[in-house]
Design a protein around this ligand. Structure first.
Ligand code: NAP
Ligand code: 8YV
Length: 313
């Protein structure tokens, strides 16, 4: 029997989907290795594919010179050094589309949770406060309010369509105007000033780093809500904490953070106007299986020297 090709997984994803890789590959898992450097050295000549769910840097590519493809688990590939891969002739793929509806659902859920204070209300009941203190204070409506979507790509458009069902007044900010019936803002600050809720769903990386800064947060204002389902790097986290502390920003619902899985204590301490989630917008069994299978397809094609299903470079 011929040996299955060696692949290296740098960081894990859904275990059910990862297990399917065994049918086609001899799978090596870097995070399980007692000595990761020794594992890399042992695979130097034979490893033909890399998969990851977070980061893949140039040093790893140099350690495995026969790699033909890097299959990233996730649509956002800001953790992969794509320029380094391209320079080395390595193909890179991601997992777009199969998660768009899931992430859009979650963006709406987080918006509802934050504005209607659903986690806080759950605690109110559990802590016996309903019985002791009576009804909880009022919350803010979501339906019919003005929403600004930062990024109107595959996921942003799905969020917009869900917002339409909530009878919301929809605007968006992107670098280029899209052919959609929503108001385009060339300036993010101007949009933030005009809306009640700002949802960030742009890619990470240099072009969007701290695009949601103090000026944007101040424009959103004391009655405004920020929802971040994009990347932690998109929001200036220090400015966000300061704005929430000072009452210059009303509330925030956050699925992503600057230094995951570490979350600043200041955000954890804000229990009344901040809802925190562990980067789980796409994390359902169904969608993670679909993402995992796309990783597998791209690995098979890349190793066979064929065009990828969802190429990045
Ligand atoms: P996409 O289809 O590539 O859309 C990206 C959108 O962002 C486009 O409308 C683009 O329009 C806009 N954009 C890009 N750079 C911008 C900039 N500098 N300023 C303003 N707008 C900019 O991507 P997608 O599939 O919707 O995914 C978006 C991102 O969501 C991913 O890259 C990932 O980081 C994040 N995400 C997070 C989760 C989670 O678990 N929380 C899950 C999935 C995805 P223009 O090019 O016209 O500017
Ligand atoms: C994943 C994501 O949680 O697709 C993305 O860009 O952020 C999420 O779907 C992440 O990529 C882990 O694999």
């Amino acid at each position: 029997m011929t040996k299955k090709p060696d692949i290296l997984i740098l960081s894990p994803w859904y275990d059910v989907a990862m297990a399917e890789l065994d049918e086609h590959f001899t799978v090596h898992k870097l995070w399980e290795a007692k000595d990761p450097a020794a594992l890399l050295a042992s695979l130097r000549d034979t490893c033909v594919g890399i998969a990851d769910s977070k980061v893949c840097d140039a040093a790893t590519m140099d350690a495995l010179p026969n790699v033909k493809v890097i299959a990233h688990h996730g649509v956002g590939y800001d953790g992969v050094d794509v320029a380094a891969a391209t320079a080395r002739g390595i193909k890179v793929s991601n997992t777009p589309d199969v998660l768009s509806d899931e992430v859009a659902d979650f963006a709406i859920a987080l918006t509802m949770a934050t504005c209607r204070r659903i986690p806080q209300a759950d605690r109110y009941v559990r802590e016996g406060r309903w019985e002791r203190e009576g009804d909880m204070t009022f919350t803010h409506r979501v339906w019919g309010r003005k929403i600004g979507i930062l990024g109107l790509g595959r996921i942003g458009i799905e969020i917009a369509q869900r917002c339409a069902a909530f009878k919301m007044d929809i605007a968006y900010h992107t670098r280029t105007r899209k052919d959609v019936p929503y108001k385009h803002y060339a300036s993010l600050v101007d949009m933030a000033r005009d809306v009640d809720i700002l949802i960030a769903i742009v890619p990470g990386g240099d072009s969007t780093k701290h695009i949601v800064n103090r000026e944007v947060l101040d424009a959103l204002g004391p009655n405004g809500t920020l929802i971040n389902v994009a990347r932690g790097s998109v929001v200036d986290e220090d400015a966000l904490i300061a704005a929430l502390k000072d009452g210059r920003l009303g509330a925030a619902g956050l699925d992503v953070f600057a230094d995951e899985p570490r979350v600043p204590q200041a955000l954890k301490d804000m229990t009344e106007n901040v809802v925190l989630q562990p980067h789980q917008a796409s994390a359902t069994h169904d969608t993670r299986l679909a993402m995992g299978r796309l990783v597998m397809e791209n690995l098979l094609l890349g190793i066979a020297g064929k065009p990828l299903v969802t190429p990045v470079n």
